[in-house]
Design a protein. Sequence first.
Length: 223
Amino acid sequence: MTPDRWNFTRDYLVDVFGAQDEQLRTLMPRAVAAGLPDIAVSADVGRLLMLLTSMTGGGRGARLALELGTLAGYSGIWIARGLAPGGRLITVEAEPRHADFAEREFVAANVGSSVEIRRGAALQVLPSIVGELGAGGFDLVFLDAAKREYCDYFQSVRAAIAPGGLLVADNVLGSHTWWIDEPPGRTADRDGADRFNRMVAADAEFETVAVPLREGVLIARKR
């Protein structure tokens, strides 16, 4: 596929499958104006997250979801909108300024009562979250934090994913600074994503696929 064809395809998918309400459409411009980095999943990936969340829990929606990497709250809003009635999203953010901004956005999007922000680095916060909720506590886990740490995240949350639950990860094929076709050893994030992809794909407890949507989304269902 030529670069021009790929760029057209990417834009086409967002145009056709990425309809957003006013809250979501204006969120990232507000975030950038507030000094946050212009980093978020695309609208079509956001809709995928909402659909996947709503399909867990026997089709009733996730009772409990976990997100690593809140940033401005864009992906968290999509996930929260797919939760089961009374469901809850725990989202982890290391940067206090990002967490404060996202907290306001969750309230503005009318999902504030369904979302709890845990502040701190993911690998430092995860043990207490997993210990608190126990094995099989999460219907959906979404990874979108430091790619070089993806394998560590997976090992930390693996037992906490419920049978039939989903592990979803963004940027498994690339980002604005690297792509999976680059030689190993060039960037830690590329190598971390590659190790993670191979680790989850080889795990007998998960059925796994990666779709080349935007920068690559891994979807794994626990048996």
